[in-house]
Design a protein around this ligand. Structure first.
Ligand SMILES: [Zn+2]
Length: 247
C-alpha cells in the first residue's frame, strides 16, 4: 500500500472518531435538557392531578353546604305545614316543599357523583406521583450516564487530536491540503471502493484506475465526488468442505 494512502485512511479513521465524539458531546446539553423537561412534565402532571382532586373536593364541600341549607328549609316547611290555616296556604307550602325536596335530591346525586369522581382523581394522583418517582429515578441514572460519557469523551479528545495532528504531520503538504479540502466540502474525505463503486457517492470507478485502487498503490480520487478511494479485500469466507477429489 502507498504509505500516504495508509496515512490518509488512518487520518480519516481518527477524524471520523473525533467528529463522532464531538457530535455526541455537543448533543449532551440537549439530552440533559430533555431529561429535565421530562421530570418537569411529570411534576406538572402531579400538580394537575392535585388541582383536579382539590377542585372536586371544593365542589363537594360547597354542594354539602347547599344541601344542608335546603334540607334545613325543608324541615322548616314541614313544621310550618302544621300551622297553615287555609287550603291555599297548604298547597303553596306543598309546592315549596316539593321544590326543596327536588333540590335535596339533586344535591345528593351531585355529591355522590363527586365522591366517585374523587376516587378516580385520587387514583390518578397516586399514579402521577408514582410516575414522577420513576421519572426522577430514571433521570438521575440517565444524567449520571451522560455525565460519565461526557467526561470520558472529553478526556479522550485531547489524545485523539494529538494523534490526528501526528498523522497529518507525516503527510506531504499537498496531500494534507487535499484531505482538508475534500473534508471541508464533503465531510468524509477517504472512502472505500465497494463492488467497484465509490462507497459514498455510489458512482462506478473508472476501469482505467480500478486496478490501481485495488492495489492501493496510489492516491486515486473518485471522478464524481473527488473523495480519495481505497480498497479492502473481502475477508475470505471459510472454505466449504471441498468435495472429495475424483481420480
Ligand atoms: Zn464518489
Amino acid at each position: 500500500m502507498h504509505p500516504d494512502l495508509a496515512r490518509l485512511i488512518d487520518l480519516q479513521r481518527i477524524t471520523s472518531a473525533i467528529d463522532a465524539a464531538s457530535k455526541t458531546l455537543t448533543a449532551h446539553p440537549q439530552r440533559l435538557a430533555a431529561i429535565d423537561a421530562g421530570v418537569a412534565e411529570a411534576r406538572a402532571a402531579v400538580e394537575r392531578a392535585k388541582a383536579t382532586l382539590d377542585g372536586e373536593m371544593a365542589e363537594r364541600r360547597s354542594a354539602e353546604k347547599d344541601l344542608a341549607v335546603v334540607a334545613g328549609r325543608l324541615e322548616k316547611y314541614k313544621d310550618q305545614l302544621m300551622a297553615v290555616k287555609t287550603n291555599r296556604e297548604y298547597h303553596a307550602m306543598q309546592s315549596e316543599m316539593a321544590s326543596a325536596q327536588e333540590s335535596v335530591q339533586k344535591f345528593e346525586e351531585r355529591i355522590l357523583e363527586l365522591m366517585l369522581q374523587a376516587d378516580e382523581a385520587t387514583a390518578a394522583l397516586k399514579a402521577a406521583q408514582a410516575r414522577l418517582v420513576e421519572t426522577e429515578a430514571q433521570a438521575i441514572a440517565d444524567r449520571k450516564a451522560i455525565e460519565a460519557e461526557h467526561a470520558s469523551l472529553a478526556a479522550d479528545m485531547t489524545g485523539r487530536q494529538q494523534e490526528r495532528d501526528a498523522i497529518a504531520a507525516q503527510l506531504p503538504e499537498n496531500t494534507r491540503r487535499l484531505f482538508d479540502g475534500i473534508r471541508a466540502k464533503r465531510g468524509v474525505a477517504v472512502v472505500q471502493m465497494i463492488d467497484g463503486h465509490c462507497a459514498e457517492c455510489n458512482v462506478r470507478v473508472r476501469p482505467m484506475v480500478l486496478g490501481t485502487v485495488k492495489k492501493n498503490d496510489d492516491i486515486v480520487q473518485c471522478d464524481t465526488c473527488s473523495r480519495i478511494i481505497y480498497y479492502v479485500a473481502p475477508v475470505a469466507a471459510p472454505a466449504a468442505a471441498a468435495p472429495p477429489a475424483t481420480t
